[in-house]
Design a protein around this ligand. Structure first.
Ligand SMILES: Nc1ncnc2c1ncn2[C@@H]1O[C@H](COP(=O)(O)OP(=O)(O)OP(=O)(O)O)[C@@H](O)[C@H]1O
Length: 711
């Protein structure tokens, strides 16, 4: 490896001496030490002893199922073995899908480091709104949803010689759709194969045949690998026509599993007690706690902070890091930085840290055994999040996060008898979610018969019908259930939920696309406002200055505009770092989550590029937001609700009763008729992100839904 490569690598090291000529020497030496350590770690992984055999199996089988213990090295090593085994010759790529963004990003970083290359070159990642790849990328980690999107532009996925579907046991809705699609792509590619499966010489011209041309396409066969630590190998093998399954035996380090003697009634309290028990009684090592959501994480965070203060000074060296999906990625990445010497990290995470992720330093896992999942009722059309028990597969993945760099311990906050009673695997998401996005994407891929699509497990018929109805009402599907042109096609090309895509398309007709881009971007991130517990009253007054009496969507526009105005004013600074610093202060003073706002700005930029490419007219409605409200009514008409005499709201489309969420700016004024962005079900039904509309607009702007019923 050339020295230049070493210096380009994406390492975390900092030289210890920084004066004089020693600087680069010391730097190179510590880098070389780290590389030696990594090489040695790689060699000691259980999967290393079967490298040759695995490559051979992939050569011999077009589809292979690989089951191996957590931490055995599947995710990080297999793609490198295949690369070295010649599967990327002449431009083919190895694509590895992950159910979660954080895993795709962190694993890509690690593999780039292991290969000694700069991230984004030979090894890269691609997730929604973030592409870290280049033409040189050969090993690409990505979310399963992203590969689905790629299939829209490249139905034969011809850039890929191998696709690895990692953590397939999670059975996210995207994984399930992807599996059906990959099966089909694989069949089509082998029918038009340029040679045997052993031949991995990509024939350039054959792979560059234009879509839709009459030329005979010739492709390399697509190698497909399905991988997990806790897989129902038989089910997957049957689905793939008796595909071969191989097991990688052994784990690198043992993990002790401990259970409670009795069931715990208060899981949060049990988690809190266990955190301090580990901190005060166990040896060095970081703690990873699995919690069901942001709310639980924030409440435990507060409690841990309070309790730390009660400890002796020597014991106060405990650092807390939250980790959940709506946390901006820079903040998520902080979790992966080692704690300073003498400190212990406690990471409070949702199940985004459950699979594939290695958090350096973690030795202890605390698992209350609960997880928040999507649940969908085809009867009401309401999608909600509910907390359920994990499956055995999930419990296994969680304990697998300890013991990655040495032996570990996992504290399950329930008795062993409960573990025995858990389901083996999680109910596939496709059985419990709104399918409109999936159907839209499949329609764009030419799959019109959703019920007949080769799913590993069929979705609920009623859920399919509901989603078809929604897409039809949005104008995305024709009477024949085919993708409409241009609306449906345009909607499918945007990386958003169907409702949001439709809102953008309509907004260009309502001359408020500029504002709708802001609304959709701001709604794509969670919690634009950040309110510390001890400043509730002060924050309320400040936030009110952005607040629009007409509704929360408009408030979001106000916040965004104010931040842009602030940035414009500071432009003269000519110093980006200073501008960013000023903006951070501005956000802090205004109780705005700086990271969320930045994230929203990035998303805005990307969707704006998308709609520009589609040729939509971008106009601003200025200060008169009437058009924006009308456009919201025209797009989110199924989320319209009317005030009831008791102050609650009745959702017109399905009769559900809900209250306006306490965080909404119109909770007090209670408009007669509202449009909301989402309905969440906790102990009560709450509608969030609410804006006032005129009831009469519904029949005018959404006659397909309201003219007959209420006209
Ligand atoms: N970012 C990292 N920092 C330090 N070590 C890492 C990192 N990523 C991976 N490793 C090491 O490589 C080992 C193998 O990780 P890998 O993700 O390939 O395993 P896996 O078999 O895919 O596990 P899982 O099923 O849990 O995803 C880990 O146990 C750890 O020792």
């Amino acid at each position: 490896m050339a020295t230049g490569d070493l210096f380009n690598s994406n390492h975390q090291l900092k030289p210890q001496f920084i004066n004089g000529d020693h600087k680069s020497d010391v730097f190179a030496r510590s880098l070389s030490l780290r590389r030696q350590k990594i090489a040695q770690q790689r060699r000691s992984l259980p999967i290393a002893s079967v490298e040759k055999r695995l490559v051979e199996e992939v050569r011999k089988n077009d589809t292979l199922i690989i089951v191996g213990e957590t931490g055995s090295g599947k995710t990080t090593q297999l793609p490198q073995y295949l690369y070295n085994g010649g599967f990327c010759q002449n431009g083919g790529m190895i694509g590895v899908t992950q159910p979660r963004r954080v895993a795709a990003v962190t694993v890509a970083k690690r593999v780039a480091e292991e290969c000694g290359v700069e991230l984004g070159q030979k090894v890269g990642y691609s997730i929604r709104f973030e592409d870290m790849t280049s033409i040189s990328t050969r090993i690409k980690y990505m979310t399963d949803g992203l590969l689905l999107r790629e299939a829209l532009l490249d139905p034969y996925l011809k850039r890929y010689s191998v696709i690895v579907v990692d953590e397939a046991h999670e059975r996210t809705v995207q994984t399930d759709v992807l599996l059906g699609l990959l099966k089909d792509v694989q069949k089509k590619r082998s029918q038009n194969s340029i040679g045997s499966s052993n031949n991995y010489d990509f024939v350039k011209d054959a792979n560059n045949v234009k879509e839709g041309s009459n030329e005979v396409r010739k492709f390399n066969p697509l190698k497909l690998i399905i991988m997990s630590a806790s897989l129902d190998a038989r089910g997957f093998s049957e689905y793939f026509g008796g595909a071969k399954a191989v097991h990688v035996l052994g784990r690198q380090f043992p993990v002790d599993i401990l259970y409670t003697a009795q069931p715990e009634t208060d899981c949060l309290d049990a988690a809190l007690v266990t955190i301090f028990q580990v901190h005060l009684e166990e040896g060095p090592g970081d703690i990873l706690v699995f919690l069901s959501g942001q709310e639980e994480i924030e409440s435990i965070e507060g409690l841990v902070r309070e309790n730390i203060k009660k400890l002796s000074e020597a014991n106060q060296k405990l650092l807390i890091f939250p980790l959940f999906s709506s946390l901006p990625s820079e903040k998520q990445m902080k979790v992966f930085t080692p704690a300073p010497l003498g400190f212990r990290k406690v990471i409070l995470a949702t199940n985004i840290a459950e699979t594939s992720v290695t958090i350096p330093g973690v030795k202890y896992v605390i698992d209350p055994g609960l997880v928040k999942v999507r649940s969908y009722s085809p009867d009401t059309g309401i999608e909600s999040l509910i907390v359920v028990k994990t499956s055995k597969a999930q419990a296994l993945q969680r304990s697998g996060r300890a013991g990655r760099e040495g032996s570990g311990k996992c504290f399950r906050l329930y008795p062993e008898s409960r573990f025995e009673g858990l389901d083996d695997s999680t109910v596939p998401e496709i059985k419990r979610c709104n399918l409109s996005n999936v159907i839209l994407q499949l329609s764009a891929l030419g799959v019109d018969d959703i019920i007949g699509f080769d799913f590993m497990e069929k979705p609920d018929r009623m859920a399919v019908i509901r989603s078809l109805e929604l897409l039809y009402l949005l104008g995305a599907l024709t009477d024949e259930k085919k993708l409409s042109d241009p609306i449906g096609r345009q909607m499918a090309s945007l990386p958003l939920e169907p409702n949001d895509s439709k809102a953008l398309i309509l907004a260009s007709q309502f001359d408020c696309l500029e504002e709708m881009l802001i609304v959709v971007s701001m709604l794509s991130v969670e919690s634009i406002f950040y309110v510390p517990r001890d400043k509730l009253e002060e924050s309320r007054i400040v936030i009110k200055s952005f607040s629009s009496p007409e509704g929360d969507h408009l408030t979001l526009v106000n916040v965004y505009r104010a931040s842009i105005e602030f940035l414009e004013k500071n432009k003269t600074e000519n110093n980006n770092e200073k501008v960013e610093k000023n903006l951070r202060k501005w956000c802090k003073d205004n109780f705005i989550n700086n990271r969320s706002l930045k994230h929203a700005r990035d998303i805005y930029k990307q969707i704006r590029e998308n709609v520009e490419r589609m040729g939509l007219k971008i106009c601003s409605c200025g200060d008169d937001m009437l058009q924006l409200r009308r456009c919201l009514a025209a797009s989110y008409f199924l989320n319209a609700a009317l005030k009831q005499p008791d102050g609650t709201y009745r959702v017109l489309a399905n009769g559900q009763i809900a209250e306006i969420h306490p965080n909404s700016g119109v909770r007090r004024t209670k408009p007669e008729c509202i449009i909301f962005y989402n309905l969440v079900q906790t102990t009560r039904n709450y509608v969030r992100n609410v804006t006032r509309i005129d009831y009469l607009w519904l029949a005018e702007l959404a006659p397909q839904c309201y003219a007959l019923k209420d006209g």
